[in-house]
Ligand binder design. Structure first.
Ligand code: AMP
Length: 197
């Protein structure tokens, strides 16, 4: 199984990706986590990424691609992945698509769009700031990240919808319900694909 979760910051991508990874026995690849690790370790990539993450801007596409390409190839070989936070721009999606054209068995099979209203997102991110202390979960940066999501990431949904890959899921429910909806939506997408034309 090879999946991507798309949704604004606070929509529950990390929580649901972790559950899906356990459920399907696949790798959870979170670009934000991998980038934060580079920052903590003070690597050359981390030194470039730090300022962007702090401001709530996206790191340059080449940086995101460089961090994610290896883990995606490795996970695809081992049975699959759930991507959380990458691709995050249409350019990243196009580049990933070009890579998948050259290598068999790595392309995305489904995209789950987690839909959550703005008030709920702000509430969750401020709560997470209290719990985890992430520096980019403060009010001003939250608003900026939501604008970046609308401008840069939301257009991905059209890109994947044109390829018949997108399942829409209401992300405002209890995490158990959201998880059940995702699994049901993935099953529906799969049987749709298998239906003879
Ligand atoms: P996240 O943990 O997914 O909210 O990501 C935290 C931050 O990491 C984002 O605000 C970006 O600065 C950066 N980031 C994560 N994934 C990407 C990506 N695919 N492209 C560019 N920047 C990213």
């Amino acid at each position: 199984m090879r999946l991507l979760l798309v949704g604004p910051p606070g929509s529950g991508k990390g929580t649901q990706a972790g559950r899906l990874a356990a459920h399907y026995g696949i790798a959870h690849l979170a670009s934000g986590d991998l980038l934060r690790r580079e920052v903590e370790q003070g690597t050359p990539i981390g030194k470039i990424a730090a300022g962007y993450i702090q401001r709530g801007d996206l790191v340059p596409d080449e940086i995101a691609l460089r961090v994610m390409a290896g883990p995606i190839l490795e996970a695809a070989r081992r049975g699959g992945y759930v991507l959380d936070g990458f691709p995050r721009t249409v350019h990243q999606a196009e580049e990933a698509y070009r890579m998948a054209e050259r290598i068999d068995g790595i392309e995305l099979q489904a995209v789950v769009h987690l839909k959550v209203g703005r008030d709920e997102l702000r509430r969750r991110l401020l709560y997470r700031h209290g719990q985890e202390g992430r520096a980019d979960d403060i009010q001003a940066t939250i608003n900026h990240r939501l604008r970046v999501y609308d401008a840069e990431t939301a257009p991905l949904l059209d890109f994947y919808a044109r390829r018949g890959l997108v399942a829409e899921v209401n992300g405002e429910k209890h995490p158990d319900k959201v998880f059940a909806h995702i699994v049901a939506a993935l099953d529906a997408l799969e049987s749709e694909r298998r239906r003879p034309v």
